[in-house]
Design a protein around this ligand. Structure first.
Ligand code: NAD
Length: 443
C-alpha cells in the first residue's frame, strides 16, 4: 500500500520505517530540511535502538523515501498519517497548529480519496477540526474530493519503539465508517495476528483512550512517589513496599517505581492537556491536577537532599551526574528530571561533571557550552574531582559500579540515587553515604 507520513520525529519515523519493513511504499514528509537531508542519507536524527538498521534497509529497498515536498506527499499515499508534534500551549492545552497545518495542506492538494489518520496525541474533538479544516480548504479552491478522518493514537515507548510497533499490545482505531475500519485492518494485519489486537471504536473514545493511558501511567508514578516521600519520613523502605504491593495481581509490578518524577515528551504534556480539556468542559479534574503537582514536587526531591547534606552550601562544589536522558535507551531530554536537577545545582553555584551514554548532543543543543557543565566520556571519568555522585537515569551500565572506586574519588563520599539502583546496606559497606528515594534515610 502507498502511504504518506507527515512528521519524521520519534513517532513518524518509527511508523514509517516499520510500515515500510512489511512491504508498504512509504513517503515521509517533514518541514525540517536538515532532518530530511540526514534521513535521505540513511542517518537517523534520533537515538532509538534498531531504528538505524531499519531505516537503511528500507531506504535501500526503495520502500521508504523522505521529502519536504508536501504536495508530493498528498499525491503519494492513500493513507495520510499525521504524526507531527502537539506541544503544550501557554495554558497547558495541546497546541494543534501543526496538526491543522497538515490538514490544510491535505485540503489544498487532495484530488482523490484519502484516509487521513491522526497518530499525534490530540484532544477529543480534534478529528472534527481536521475534517472541517480540509472541508473549508477544499471549498476555498472550489474542488471536491472524498476523504475520511480516522483516529489512530500511538502507544510506542521511546527506547523500545520498534518492538512496540512491530508487536503492539493493541492498535486502537477510531472511526464510524466500516469501510475505513477495513482499510486500517488490512494495513495493520502484519502486526496483529488474527486481528485480535485491533480495537475499533468511535473517534472520540479513541482520542480519549490515548490520554487515559498516559494519565493512568503518570498517576501510578505520582502515587508511588507520594508513598516514597511518606516511607522515608516513617522509616520504611519504599522498595520493600513496592514488592509487597506489586505481588497483588490487581496492582502488578509495572510502573510502580519511585524516582525523580516522570519526564519525557508525553506524560507531562498529556496530563496537563487532559486537565485543561476537562476545564474546557467545566470539570475540575482534581486527581489529574494532583498527579501533576506531585510530579513537579518530586523533580526537586533529590536536589533538596543534596542541599541538606551540604548544609545549604553547594557553591563551588562539583557533582558527578550519571544519566541525563529522561529514561534509558533514548537521547530524549524533553522534560527530563535531570534538567530540573542541573538547573537547581547551577543556581546554587555548583559545577556538574555529567555522563550519559547517548544524550550529550541533545544536552549540548539545549544548554550550549557553559563553564559549570562538563560532559565526559565515561561514568568513572565523571567521578574525578567530584564531591558527590548523583544518579538521574537508570542506564544498565550504572547498575553494578565499582564502589571502591567511587568511594576513593568522591570528596564527600556520598551518593544521591534518584533511581534506587542499589541496596543501601551494601553501598554503606564501602564507607559511602547513600541517599535514595523513599528508603528510610530521610535527610
Ligand atoms: P517530534 O517533535 O519528535 O516530531 C514531530 C515532527 O513533525 C518534527 O520533525 C517536525 O519538524 C515535524 N513537523 C512539524 N510540522 C510539520 C508539517 N506541517 N509537516 C510535516 N512535518 C511537520 O514529535 P514526536 O515525539 O514524534 O510526537 C509526535 C506526536 O506523537 C505528538 O502528538 C506526541 O504526543 C505523540 N506521541 C509521541 C510519543 C513519543 O514517545 N515520542 C509516543 C506516542 C505518541
Amino acid at each position: 500500500m502507498r502511504l504518506t507520513i507527515f512528521g519524521s520525529g520519534y513517532v513518524g519515523l518509527v511508523t514509517g520505517a516499520c510500515l515500510a519493513e512489511v512491504g508498504n511504499n512509504v513517503l515521509c514528509v517533514d518541514v525540517d530540511e536538515r532532518k530530511v537531508e540526514m534521513l535521505k542519507r540513511g542517518e537517523s536524527p534520533i537515538y532509538e535502538p534498531g531504528l538505524d538498521e531499519l531505516l537503511r534497509k528500507n531506504l535501500e529497498a526503495g520502500r521508504l523515501k523522505f521529502t519536504t515536498d508536501a504536495v508530493e506527499g498528498v499525491k503519494h499515499g492513500l493513507f495520510q498519517f499525521i504524526a507531527v508534534g502537539t506541544p503544550p500551549d501557554e495554558d497547558g492545552s495541546a497546541d494543534l497548529k501543526y496538526v491543522l497545518a497538515v490538514a490544510e495542506t491535505i485540503g489544498k492538494n487532495i484530488n482523490e480519496y484519502r484516509v487521513v489518520v491522526t497518530k499525534s496525541t490530540v484532544p477529543v474533538g480534534t478529528a472534527d477540526k481536521v475534517k472541517a479544516k480540509i472541508a473549508t480548504t477544499l471549498q476555498a479552491r472550489g474542488a471536491q474530493a472524498e476523504y475520511d478522518v480516522v483516529s489512530n493514537p500511538e502507544f510506542l515507548k521511546e527506547g523500545a519503539a520498534i518492538n512496540d510497533f512491530m508487536k503492539p499490545d493493541r492498535i486502537v482505531v477510531g472511526t464510524d465508517n466500516p469501510r475505513t475500519a477495513e482499510l486500517l485492518k488490512a494495513l495493520y494485519d502484519p502486526f496483529t495476528r488474527n486481528r485480535e489486537r485491533m480495537i475499533v471504536m468511535d473517534v472520540r473514545s479513541s482520542e480519549l483512550t490515548k490520554y487515559a493511558a498516559n494519565a493512568m501511567l503518570a498517576t501510578k508514578i505520582s502515587f508511588m512517589n507520594e508513598l516514597a516521600n511518606l516511607a522515608e519520613r516513617m522509616g520504611a523502605d519504599i522498595e520493600r513496599v513496592r514488592q509487597g504491593i506489586g505481588s497483588d495481581p490487581r496492582i502488578g509490578y509495572h510502573f510502580i517505581y519511585p524516582g525523580m518524577g516522570y519526564g519525557g515528551s508525553c506524560f507531562p504534556k498529556d496530563v496537563q492537556a487532559l486537565s485543561r480539556s476537562a476545564a474546557d468542559h467545566k470539570f475540575n479534574a482534581e486527581l489529574l491536577n494532583a498527579v501533576e503537582a506531585v510530579n513537579k514536587r518530586q523533580k526537586a526531591v533529590l536536589f533538596e537532599k543534596m542541599r541538606t547534606v551540604f548544609n545549604g552550601d553547594l557553591a563551588g562544589k562539583t557533582i558527578a551526574l550519571w544519566g541525563l536522558a529522561f529514561k534509558p535507551n533514548t537521547d530524549d531530554m524533553r522534560e527530563a528530571p535531570s534538567r530540573a536537577l542541573l538547573e537547581s545545582l547551577w543556581s546554587a553555584g555548583a559545577k556538574v561533571r555529567a555522563y550519559d551514554p547517548v544524550a550529550h548532543e541533545e544536552v549540548h543543543r539545549i544548554y550550549g557550552d557553559r563553564p559549570d557543565l562538563q560532559l565526559v566520556k565515561s561514568a568513572n571519568e565523571a567521578l574525578q574531582g567530584a564531591d558527590a555522585l548523583a544518579i538521574a537515569t537508570e542506564w544498565q551500565e550504572f547498575r553494578s559500579p565499582d564502589f571502591d572506586l567511587i568511594a576513593s574519588q568522591l570528596g564527600k563520599k556520598v551518593i544521591f540515587d534518584g533511581r534506587n539502583l542499589y541496596d543501601p546496606a551494601f553501598v554503606k559497606r564501602f564507607g559511602l553515604k547513600y541517599y535514595a528515594i523513599g528508603r528510610g534515610d530521610s535527610v
